[in-house]
Ligand binder design. Structure first.
Ligand SMILES: Nc1nc2c(ncn2[C@@H]2O[C@H](COP(=O)(O)OP(=O)(O)O[C@H]3O[C@H](CO)[C@@H](O)[C@H](O)[C@@H]3O)[C@@H](O)[C@H]2O)c(=O)[nH]1
Ligand SMILES: [Mg+2]
Length: 195
């Protein structure tokens, strides 16, 4: 990109994830150059999935405590979300989400279909999210889910009707962006109306 030069990276924090300060010369549309400084938080990319059952008109959601949501002073920090996980190094997004579905909600799904890719907060976070949909049946359940105790996860699995989920989105019971994106994807594309 020729609007950009002299990029310098300074690691501000490197514990669980990495917070960088990136300084760079940026050329504005009038031709002038200016030195800019931006903080950029890197915790890798993510994958998430709307698990849906067409016959029952249901979806599967998770409920867990999210410290950053709590820190924003919203209620009790409990967050209702589609199943999601951070993508391990070199892992394909579909492989990641199939693994997360078994760990978090206890279903062994054969495949997931990618429908969207989105930068979740491009002004601050490097993360790109791969959004999937996948059909599930009761027969695919292999355990109770709940997440990995070894990673201090405590995930409640919730099965609700699609209509209830839309109501939860509209009344701010669901406030997670990736979940809202997938519910709206299902609405727009009539996922619950048989072809
Ligand atoms: N020690 C430590 N552990 C952490 C930290 N942050 C996360 N973890 C642990 O890392 C694991 C992350 O779980 P995943 O299921 O892989 O990811 P996620 O938290 O569900 O995140 C998903 O949704 C996020 C957006 O809401 C996405 O940002 C993320 O990419 C992913 O899709 C959990 O065991 C969590 O406890 C941290 O700062 N310190
Ligand atoms: Mg998760």
């Amino acid at each position: 990109m020729n609007k950009l030069k002299n990029i310098q990276n300074k690691v501000l924090s490197n514990e669980w994830a990495t917070l960088n300060r990136i300084d760079y010369d940026f050329q504005f549309n009038d031709g002038s150059w200016k030195r800019i400084s931006r903080e950029s938080y890197d915790r890798g990319d993510g994958a998430c999935v709307l698990l849906y059952n067409k016959e029952k008109s249901t979806i599967i959601l998770t409920k867990q405590f999210r410290m950053p949501a709590y820190a924003n002073n919203k209620n009790d920090g409990m967050s209702i979300e589609v199943c999601a996980g951070a993508i391990d190094n070199n892992e394909a997004p579909e492989v990641c989400i199939i693994r997360e579905v078994e760990e978090e909600v206890g279903y062994k799904i054969p495949k997931a279909t990618k429908v969207l890719e989105a930068y979740t907060s491009p002004g601050a976070v490097t993360e790109k999210m791969f959004l999937f949909v996948a059909e599930y049946t009761d027969a695919m359940q292999v355990n109770e889910g709940g997440g990995l105790a070894s990673e201090n996860e405590e995930i409640e699995v919730i099965e609700v009707s699609f209509a209830e989920a839309i109501e939860m989105m509209n009344n701010q019971t669901i406030m997670d962006a990736k979940t809202i994106m997938l519910l709206q994807y299902a609405q727009i594309n009539n996922l619950f109306i048989p072809a």
